[in-house]
Design a protein around this ligand. Structure first.
Ligand code: TRP
Length: 337
Protein backbone atom coordinates (compact mmCIF):
# COMPACT_ATOMS: atom_id res chain seq x y z
CA UNK A 1 0.00 0.00 0.00
CA UNK A 2 1.45 3.31 -1.07
CA UNK A 3 0.79 5.41 1.96
CA UNK A 4 2.88 8.26 0.64
CA UNK A 5 0.65 8.47 -2.43
CA UNK A 6 -2.32 9.00 -0.15
CA UNK A 7 -0.61 11.55 2.03
CA UNK A 8 0.75 13.61 -0.84
CA UNK A 9 -2.46 14.03 -2.76
CA UNK A 10 -3.20 17.76 -2.84
CA UNK A 11 -5.89 18.47 -0.28
CA UNK A 12 -8.10 21.10 -1.71
CA UNK A 13 -11.50 20.64 -0.16
CA UNK A 14 -11.83 21.32 3.53
CA UNK A 15 -14.63 19.46 5.24
CA UNK A 16 -15.85 19.96 8.77
CA UNK A 17 -18.40 18.11 10.80
CA UNK A 18 -18.94 18.10 14.53
CA UNK A 19 -20.51 15.62 16.89
CA UNK A 20 -21.90 16.09 20.37
CA UNK A 21 -20.45 14.04 23.23
CA UNK A 22 -23.85 12.69 24.14
CA UNK A 23 -23.82 8.98 24.77
CA UNK A 24 -22.12 6.20 22.89
CA UNK A 25 -22.14 5.88 19.14
CA UNK A 26 -24.39 3.26 17.63
CA UNK A 27 -24.29 1.35 14.37
CA UNK A 28 -26.45 3.96 12.63
CA UNK A 29 -23.99 6.74 13.54
CA UNK A 30 -21.11 4.62 12.36
CA UNK A 31 -22.51 3.36 9.05
CA UNK A 32 -24.36 6.60 8.31
CA UNK A 33 -21.67 9.13 9.19
CA UNK A 34 -18.43 8.18 10.93
CA UNK A 35 -17.35 5.59 8.39
CA UNK A 36 -17.90 8.18 5.67
CA UNK A 37 -15.79 10.70 7.61
CA UNK A 38 -13.06 8.09 7.94
CA UNK A 39 -13.02 7.73 4.15
CA UNK A 40 -13.16 11.44 3.39
CA UNK A 41 -10.11 12.19 5.54
CA UNK A 42 -7.87 10.64 2.89
CA UNK A 43 -8.99 12.91 0.09
CA UNK A 44 -9.94 16.11 1.91
CA UNK A 45 -8.63 18.25 4.72
CA UNK A 46 -11.02 17.10 7.42
CA UNK A 47 -11.87 18.75 10.76
CA UNK A 48 -13.94 17.04 13.42
CA UNK A 49 -14.66 18.87 16.65
CA UNK A 50 -16.31 17.05 19.54
CA UNK A 51 -18.76 19.84 20.34
CA UNK A 52 -18.91 19.88 24.12
CA UNK A 53 -20.14 23.49 24.21
CA UNK A 54 -23.16 22.44 22.19
CA UNK A 55 -23.85 19.76 24.78
CA UNK A 56 -24.10 22.33 27.59
CA UNK A 57 -27.13 23.94 25.94
CA UNK A 58 -29.01 21.37 28.02
CA UNK A 59 -28.04 20.56 31.63
CA UNK A 60 -25.08 18.17 31.93
CA UNK A 61 -23.73 16.49 35.03
CA UNK A 62 -20.36 18.22 35.64
CA UNK A 63 -18.56 15.00 36.49
CA UNK A 64 -19.79 13.34 33.32
CA UNK A 65 -19.26 15.84 30.51
CA UNK A 66 -15.48 15.61 30.41
CA UNK A 67 -15.60 11.83 30.55
CA UNK A 68 -18.16 11.73 27.76
CA UNK A 69 -16.01 14.07 25.66
CA UNK A 70 -12.93 11.90 26.09
CA UNK A 71 -14.96 8.78 25.34
CA UNK A 72 -16.51 10.26 22.19
CA UNK A 73 -13.04 11.27 20.99
CA UNK A 74 -11.85 7.72 21.56
CA UNK A 75 -14.85 6.28 19.75
CA UNK A 76 -14.17 8.51 16.74
CA UNK A 77 -10.53 7.50 16.68
CA UNK A 78 -11.45 3.84 17.09
CA UNK A 79 -14.00 4.27 14.29
CA UNK A 80 -11.22 5.26 11.93
CA UNK A 81 -10.60 8.98 12.30
CA UNK A 82 -6.83 9.08 12.39
CA UNK A 83 -5.50 12.08 14.33
CA UNK A 84 -2.45 12.05 12.07
CA UNK A 85 -4.59 12.37 8.98
CA UNK A 86 -7.50 14.58 10.02
CA UNK A 87 -7.91 17.20 12.73
CA UNK A 88 -9.90 15.88 15.64
CA UNK A 89 -10.25 18.16 18.64
CA UNK A 90 -12.47 19.30 21.48
CA UNK A 91 -14.48 22.42 20.67
CA UNK A 92 -13.99 24.08 24.07
CA UNK A 93 -10.21 23.70 23.76
CA UNK A 94 -10.25 26.24 20.94
CA UNK A 95 -11.69 29.31 22.61
CA UNK A 96 -12.03 31.15 19.33
CA UNK A 97 -15.31 29.25 18.85
CA UNK A 98 -17.13 31.08 21.62
CA UNK A 99 -15.77 34.49 20.70
CA UNK A 100 -16.69 34.02 17.06
CA UNK A 101 -20.12 32.73 18.07
CA UNK A 102 -20.86 36.06 19.77
CA UNK A 103 -20.06 38.02 16.62
CA UNK A 104 -22.33 35.68 14.68
CA UNK A 105 -25.14 35.89 17.24
CA UNK A 106 -25.11 39.58 16.43
CA UNK A 107 -25.33 38.78 12.72
CA UNK A 108 -28.32 36.43 12.88
CA UNK A 109 -31.82 37.56 13.71
CA UNK A 110 -34.21 36.44 16.42
CA UNK A 111 -36.65 35.53 13.64
CA UNK A 112 -34.16 33.33 11.82
CA UNK A 113 -33.27 31.46 15.00
CA UNK A 114 -36.96 31.06 15.84
CA UNK A 115 -37.51 29.20 12.58
CA UNK A 116 -34.98 26.45 13.34
CA UNK A 117 -36.86 23.17 13.55
CA UNK A 118 -34.22 21.57 15.76
CA UNK A 119 -34.78 24.34 18.32
CA UNK A 120 -38.52 23.80 18.21
CA UNK A 121 -38.08 20.04 18.69
CA UNK A 122 -35.49 20.29 21.42
CA UNK A 123 -37.16 23.10 23.34
CA UNK A 124 -40.35 21.04 23.45
CA UNK A 125 -38.42 18.38 25.36
CA UNK A 126 -36.94 20.80 27.91
CA UNK A 127 -38.39 22.26 31.04
CA UNK A 128 -35.62 24.88 31.17
CA UNK A 129 -34.97 26.34 27.73
CA UNK A 130 -31.57 28.01 27.86
CA UNK A 131 -30.72 31.03 25.74
CA UNK A 132 -27.82 28.91 24.49
CA UNK A 133 -30.22 26.33 23.08
CA UNK A 134 -31.78 29.15 21.08
CA UNK A 135 -28.50 30.63 19.82
CA UNK A 136 -26.89 27.20 19.25
CA UNK A 137 -26.90 27.62 15.42
CA UNK A 138 -24.63 30.69 15.74
CA UNK A 139 -22.09 28.57 17.63
CA UNK A 140 -22.41 25.90 14.98
CA UNK A 141 -21.85 28.56 12.31
CA UNK A 142 -18.69 29.61 14.16
CA UNK A 143 -17.48 25.98 14.18
CA UNK A 144 -17.74 25.93 10.41
CA UNK A 145 -16.81 29.47 9.39
CA UNK A 146 -13.66 29.67 11.54
CA UNK A 147 -12.11 27.02 9.29
CA UNK A 148 -13.29 28.31 5.90
CA UNK A 149 -14.85 24.89 5.45
CA UNK A 150 -15.98 24.13 1.89
CA UNK A 151 -18.25 21.24 2.78
CA UNK A 152 -20.13 20.07 5.82
CA UNK A 153 -21.09 16.38 5.67
CA UNK A 154 -24.25 16.13 7.77
CA UNK A 155 -27.54 14.32 8.02
CA UNK A 156 -30.71 15.84 6.64
CA UNK A 157 -31.67 17.18 10.06
CA UNK A 158 -28.73 19.61 9.92
CA UNK A 159 -29.37 21.07 6.47
CA UNK A 160 -31.28 24.01 7.87
CA UNK A 161 -28.39 24.95 10.16
CA UNK A 162 -25.94 24.87 7.26
CA UNK A 163 -28.26 27.04 5.15
CA UNK A 164 -28.40 29.49 8.05
CA UNK A 165 -24.59 29.39 8.30
CA UNK A 166 -24.42 30.43 4.64
CA UNK A 167 -26.84 33.28 5.27
CA UNK A 168 -24.86 34.44 8.29
CA UNK A 169 -21.61 34.37 6.30
CA UNK A 170 -23.17 36.29 3.41
CA UNK A 171 -24.64 38.89 5.74
CA UNK A 172 -21.40 39.37 7.65
CA UNK A 173 -19.48 39.70 4.39
CA UNK A 174 -21.87 42.24 2.96
CA UNK A 175 -21.83 44.31 6.14
CA UNK A 176 -18.13 44.17 6.91
CA UNK A 177 -16.35 43.01 3.77
CA UNK A 178 -15.14 39.55 2.72
CA UNK A 179 -14.50 37.56 5.89
CA UNK A 180 -16.17 34.16 5.86
CA UNK A 181 -16.56 31.44 3.26
CA UNK A 182 -20.17 30.23 2.87
CA UNK A 183 -20.09 26.42 3.14
CA UNK A 184 -22.03 23.75 1.28
CA UNK A 185 -24.02 21.04 3.08
CA UNK A 186 -23.31 17.60 1.66
CA UNK A 187 -25.62 14.82 2.68
CA UNK A 188 -23.54 11.76 1.81
CA UNK A 189 -25.31 9.47 -0.63
CA UNK A 190 -23.03 6.61 0.35
CA UNK A 191 -24.12 6.55 3.98
CA UNK A 192 -26.23 3.55 4.86
CA UNK A 193 -29.68 4.17 6.20
CA UNK A 194 -29.84 2.22 9.43
CA UNK A 195 -33.20 1.93 11.14
CA UNK A 196 -34.17 0.86 14.65
CA UNK A 197 -34.29 -2.92 14.90
CA UNK A 198 -37.55 -2.82 16.85
CA UNK A 199 -39.14 0.10 14.98
CA UNK A 200 -37.75 -0.25 11.47
CA UNK A 201 -39.63 2.76 10.12
CA UNK A 202 -37.62 5.04 12.45
CA UNK A 203 -33.94 5.86 12.18
CA UNK A 204 -31.78 4.03 14.71
CA UNK A 205 -31.58 6.48 17.59
CA UNK A 206 -30.96 6.53 21.31
CA UNK A 207 -33.95 8.77 21.82
CA UNK A 208 -36.43 6.11 20.71
CA UNK A 209 -36.13 4.51 24.10
CA UNK A 210 -35.86 0.99 22.74
CA UNK A 211 -32.46 -0.32 23.86
CA UNK A 212 -33.03 -3.55 21.97
CA UNK A 213 -33.49 -1.59 18.78
CA UNK A 214 -30.03 -0.03 18.84
CA UNK A 215 -26.69 -1.76 18.34
CA UNK A 216 -24.01 0.20 20.15
CA UNK A 217 -20.53 0.36 18.71
CA UNK A 218 -19.23 -1.08 21.95
CA UNK A 219 -21.86 -3.79 22.51
CA UNK A 220 -20.57 -7.26 23.33
CA UNK A 221 -20.73 -9.68 20.42
CA UNK A 222 -23.32 -11.74 22.32
CA UNK A 223 -25.59 -8.69 22.70
CA UNK A 224 -25.19 -7.80 19.05
CA UNK A 225 -26.25 -11.29 18.02
CA UNK A 226 -29.18 -11.25 20.44
CA UNK A 227 -30.45 -7.86 19.24
CA UNK A 228 -30.17 -8.69 15.56
CA UNK A 229 -31.84 -12.07 15.99
CA UNK A 230 -34.71 -10.35 17.79
CA UNK A 231 -35.10 -7.70 15.07
CA UNK A 232 -38.67 -7.10 13.93
CA UNK A 233 -39.39 -8.50 10.47
CA UNK A 234 -42.83 -9.27 9.03
CA UNK A 235 -45.20 -12.19 8.69
CA UNK A 236 -44.18 -13.11 5.14
CA UNK A 237 -41.03 -15.10 4.74
CA UNK A 238 -39.59 -13.74 1.51
CA UNK A 239 -36.25 -11.96 1.66
CA UNK A 240 -36.42 -8.90 -0.58
CA UNK A 241 -35.30 -5.29 -0.39
CA UNK A 242 -38.51 -3.26 -0.28
CA UNK A 243 -38.44 -0.44 2.25
CA UNK A 244 -42.17 0.29 2.11
CA UNK A 245 -43.57 -3.24 2.27
CA UNK A 246 -40.77 -4.85 4.28
CA UNK A 247 -39.02 -2.23 6.43
CA UNK A 248 -37.54 -4.71 8.93
CA UNK A 249 -36.07 -7.10 6.38
CA UNK A 250 -34.85 -4.17 4.26
CA UNK A 251 -33.08 -2.74 7.28
CA UNK A 252 -31.26 -6.03 7.86
CA UNK A 253 -30.27 -6.06 4.18
CA UNK A 254 -28.99 -2.48 4.41
CA UNK A 255 -26.92 -3.37 7.44
CA UNK A 256 -25.61 -6.61 5.94
CA UNK A 257 -24.80 -4.83 2.68
CA UNK A 258 -23.07 -1.91 4.39
CA UNK A 259 -21.08 -4.24 6.63
CA UNK A 260 -19.89 -6.32 3.68
CA UNK A 261 -19.44 -3.64 1.02
CA UNK A 262 -22.50 -4.46 -1.06
CA UNK A 263 -25.82 -2.89 -1.94
CA UNK A 264 -28.87 -4.15 -0.02
CA UNK A 265 -30.13 -5.79 -3.23
CA UNK A 266 -26.84 -7.65 -3.67
CA UNK A 267 -26.94 -8.68 -0.05
CA UNK A 268 -30.41 -10.22 -0.56
CA UNK A 269 -29.17 -12.75 -3.10
CA UNK A 270 -29.19 -16.33 -1.93
CA UNK A 271 -31.51 -15.85 1.06
CA UNK A 272 -34.94 -17.37 1.18
CA UNK A 273 -35.52 -17.33 4.94
CA UNK A 274 -35.16 -14.82 7.72
CA UNK A 275 -33.17 -17.03 10.08
CA UNK A 276 -30.00 -17.28 7.97
CA UNK A 277 -30.27 -13.61 6.99
CA UNK A 278 -30.32 -12.60 10.65
CA UNK A 279 -27.47 -14.95 11.57
CA UNK A 280 -25.26 -13.65 8.75
CA UNK A 281 -26.13 -10.02 9.48
CA UNK A 282 -25.23 -10.52 13.13
CA UNK A 283 -21.91 -12.16 12.19
CA UNK A 284 -21.10 -9.40 9.71
CA UNK A 285 -21.76 -6.69 12.31
CA UNK A 286 -19.70 -8.49 14.95
CA UNK A 287 -16.79 -8.72 12.47
CA UNK A 288 -17.22 -5.11 11.40
CA UNK A 289 -17.08 -3.87 14.97
CA UNK A 290 -14.39 -6.21 16.28
CA UNK A 291 -11.36 -4.09 15.23
CA UNK A 292 -13.13 -0.90 16.34
CA UNK A 293 -13.77 -2.35 19.77
CA UNK A 294 -10.18 -3.55 20.05
CA UNK A 295 -8.81 -0.12 19.16
CA UNK A 296 -11.24 1.52 21.58
CA UNK A 297 -10.03 -0.74 24.39
CA UNK A 298 -6.43 0.36 23.73
CA UNK A 299 -7.34 4.03 23.74
CA UNK A 300 -9.51 3.67 26.82
CA UNK A 301 -6.61 2.07 28.68
CA UNK A 302 -4.39 5.09 27.99
CA UNK A 303 -6.35 8.34 28.44
CA UNK A 304 -3.12 10.37 28.53
CA UNK A 305 -2.40 9.30 24.97
CA UNK A 306 -5.86 10.42 23.82
CA UNK A 307 -5.32 13.76 25.56
CA UNK A 308 -2.00 14.14 23.77
CA UNK A 309 -3.67 13.44 20.42
CA UNK A 310 -6.47 15.89 21.20
CA UNK A 311 -3.95 18.57 22.07
CA UNK A 312 -2.26 18.16 18.69
CA UNK A 313 -5.69 18.54 17.07
CA UNK A 314 -6.58 21.61 19.12
CA UNK A 315 -3.24 23.26 18.30
CA UNK A 316 -3.77 22.67 14.59
CA UNK A 317 -7.34 23.93 14.78
CA UNK A 318 -6.45 27.01 16.81
CA UNK A 319 -3.75 28.08 14.37
CA UNK A 320 -6.43 28.36 11.67
CA UNK A 321 -9.29 29.62 13.82
CA UNK A 322 -7.17 32.42 15.28
CA UNK A 323 -6.43 33.85 11.84
CA UNK A 324 -10.09 33.82 10.80
CA UNK A 325 -11.24 35.34 14.08
CA UNK A 326 -8.65 38.09 13.79
CA UNK A 327 -9.97 38.86 10.30
CA UNK A 328 -13.51 39.05 11.67
CA UNK A 329 -12.48 41.28 14.59
CA UNK A 330 -10.63 43.63 12.28
CA UNK A 331 -13.41 43.77 9.68
CA UNK A 332 -16.13 44.42 12.25
CA UNK A 333 -13.97 47.24 13.58
CA UNK A 334 -13.05 46.14 17.10
CA UNK A 335 -10.16 48.17 18.50
CA UNK A 336 -6.89 46.29 18.26
CA UNK A 337 -5.62 45.68 21.78
N1 TRP B 1 -25.58 20.53 15.51
C1 TRP B 1 -24.94 19.30 15.13
C2 TRP B 1 -25.83 18.14 15.58
O1 TRP B 1 -26.73 18.33 16.37
C3 TRP B 1 -23.57 19.15 15.73
C4 TRP B 1 -22.62 20.20 15.23
C5 TRP B 1 -22.09 21.21 15.96
C6 TRP B 1 -22.10 20.29 13.93
N2 TRP B 1 -21.25 21.94 15.21
C7 TRP B 1 -21.22 21.44 13.95
C8 TRP B 1 -22.28 19.58 12.74
C9 TRP B 1 -20.56 21.84 12.81
C10 TRP B 1 -21.61 20.01 11.61
C11 TRP B 1 -20.77 21.14 11.64
O2 TRP B 1 -25.63 17.03 15.14
Amino acid sequence: MEISAVRWRPMTTRVLSGIQPSGDLHLGNYLGAIRNWARIQHTADAFHPVVDLHAVTVPQAPGELGKATLRMSQMLMAGGLDPEVCTIFVQSHVREHTECAWLLECTVSFGELSRMTQFKDKSNQQEFISAGLFTYPALQAADILLYDADEVPVGDDQRQHIELTRDIADRFNSRYGPTFKPPEAVVPAAGARVMDLQHPTHKMSKSLDSPRGTVDLLDDPADIVRKIKAAVTDSESEVRYDIKAKPGVSNLLSILGAATGRTPEEAAEGYSMYGPLKADTADAVVELLRPIQARFAELEADPAETSRLLKIGADKARAIAAVTLERARTNIGLLTP
